[in-house]
Design a protein around this ligand. Structure first.
Ligand code: GAP
Length: 517
């Protein structure tokens, strides 16, 4: 098939609200507790969403853990020893600032309230936020009432372990998966025979009691993170054996220096240029930026809508030497973070060593070393949003979700052309044959045109149709979602042909998703 034609040229924008309704109608995501009016910041995955989630997580695990020799996976608990969060600094400083209207009691996250009014917030401190609210005379957007002073609010959800609700039984739902990797560092060293450099990865739920959840799946109170902590000898941060693989890759970079000069747009430069100019501090950090982007592009995110933005000094977390956000260009909201890639230094391991007394070193070149860590931290739901915005197209009134077959929730549709005996039996036989190997749906209701349209919306890459000719010569048509082209294949070759099409899809120009120029 002509791969060029497989790309859809006409692209229309969809707003985040429209995407949310589209996803609910098709069974991707529903507001959690919808029958009771919903619970802000929580979404449930419907049948298509649950498959999409599983496919993305599986691909992430395969790409970053299974196929590599230097990364091991773990699966940590959601509630862990509370000292974890004292040592990491979350108990003291995982805060946002809340402002409350003195008249109607409405509560706002102070920096969001200011940003929504077009007021730039240079840093998240009590003094800066209070001053901006006063200087601009900001009032409650709902009732115009006077606002109280911003107050710090810790984002961790709390619970109690055991029957007694006392200070001693207080515990936290993890606000990031990363700390479970640090607290398991010693277990891995003692049991797995690892050598530097190496990584530990995990995915799983994280919980943050966000003051103002919003943007559909963008800011949730319960979400999923996919995180890697990659441990490197601090003296060997430029000693990256994979660097040559990625140094020629072009990225859209907005450095801290560029932002300080007032530049708003990134520049396309190679990884090598970025390292040579000192914009990315170390080669290992550069490698993990590139490797993250390669995966995001591979699962179908439009590469032209990905930007790497460095944190300016005032946003840099206390533990970080240098941090970059991978941002996606969202409709309306603009560039927003979907992944963070931080050089966290040896901060976390040293803190856990200090608080637990457990030694956190590893031998490298015969010397004890507390390694530095580069942390690619992906948020699943934001990645799903970027995938959906990249895949959603409207072509002459026809809605098409051009998901890569690798992550599409349904891979193949099987349809008898007409709902008549002969056609139905044959179609069901093919359906039974294919479902051993692929996630397949069978549908006989409605006209074939409507069934194709439904499949296109749900992102089904291929549809198999059983028509009059099938009954004579055992051939069927394969219809391609993105081009509507059809080819004829003998039933005996069908499975192999589908596999070959999916292989070709993955092997072709990795920038297949760049149709949105
Ligand atoms: N361990 C580092 C860490 O947690 P982060 O920037 O706070 O860093 C990493 O979070 C990623 O988790 C973000 O890039 C984002 O994709 C996702 N994330 C964070 N807060 C979120 C929220 N409230 N809702 C949905 N995703 C969120």
């Amino acid at each position: 098939m002509d791969t060029e034609k497989a790309e859809i040229k006409t692209v229309q924008k969809i707003t985040i609200q429209e995407l949310a309704s589209f996803c609910a109608r098709l069974g991707f995501f529903y507001p959690s507790g919808r029958i009771y009016g919903g619970l802000s910041g929580f979404y449930d995955y419907g049948p298509l969403g649950a498959e999409l989630r599983r496919e993305i997580l599986n691909d992430w695990w395969w790409y970053f853990v299974e196929r590599r020799d230097d990364i091991l996976g773990i699966h940590g608990s959601i509630i862990t020893h509370p000292q974890t969060w004292v040592a990491s600094g979350h108990v003291d400083s995982f805060i946002d600032f809340i402002v409350t209207c003195k008249r109607c009691g409405a509560e706002y996250r102070a920096d969001h309230l200011l940003e929504d009014m077009g007021i730039a917030v240079p840093e998240l401190t009590l003094e800066t936020l209070s001053k901006l609210i006063e200087d601009y005379g900001v009032r409650c957007p709902k009732c115009r009432g006077e606002l109280g002073n911003p107050t710090p609010f810790n984002l961790m959800f709390t619970t109690y372990v055991g029957p007694k609700k006392t200070a001693a039984s207080l515990a936290y739902l993890r606000p990031e998966t990363a700390q479970l990797i640090f607290t398991n560092f010693r277990n891995i060293i003692m049991t797995m025979g690892v050598k530097l450099p190496f990584g530990i990865a995990q995915y799983g739920k994280a919980f943050r009691n966000e003051i103002s959840p919003r943007g559909f799946l963008f800011r949730l109170r319960e979400f999923e993170q996919m995180e890697i902590e990659y441990f490197v000898n601090p003296e060997k941060l430029d000693d990256c054996s994979f660097y040559d693989e990625v140094k020629g890759m072009e990225i859209n970079l907005l450095s801290a220096e560029m932002q300080e000069k007032g530049e708003k747009e990134g520049r396309w430069i190679t990884i090598e240029e970025a390292v040579d100019k000192g914009l990315i501090g170390y080669k290992w950090h550069a490698y993990w930026i590139a490797e993250s982007l390669r995966w995001l592009r591979k699962i179908g995110i439009n590469y032209r809508k990905l930007r790497v933005r460095e944190h300016v000094k005032t946003e840099l977390a206390h533990y970080a030497v240098q941090t970059f956000d991978v941002e996606f260009l969202f409709p309306q909201a603009g560039w927003k973070e979907i992944e963070g890639i931080s050089n966290r230094s040896d901060y976390d391991l040293k803190k856990h060593q200090e608080y637990s007394g457990a030694e956190m070193y590893i031998y490298d070149d015969g010397k004890k070393v507390i390694p530095y860590v580069i942390e690619p931290s992906f948020g699943l739901e934001r990645i799903i949003l970027a995938v959906l915005f990249s895949a959603y197209n409207e072509v002459k009134g026809r809605k098409v979700l051009s998901l890569h077959p690798k992550i599409a929730p349904i891979k193949v549709g099987v349809f008898p052309l007409v709902s008549k005996s002969g056609f139905i039996e044959k179609a069901k036989k093919i359906y039974d044959m294919l479902k051993e190997d692929f996630k397949v749906i069978y549908e006989a209701k409605d006209s074939i045109g409507r069934r194709y349209a439904r499949a296109d919306e749900r992102g089904v890459p291929l549809c198999i149709t059983i028509d009059g000719q099938t009954l004579n010569d055992d051939t069927v048509t394969i219809r391609f979602r993105d081009t509507r082209e059809q080819i004829r294949v003998h039933i005996s070759d069908l499975k192999e042909k589908i596999r070959a099409i999916f292989r070709e899809w993955s092997n072709k120009n990795p920038q297949w998703c760049l149709h949105d120029k």
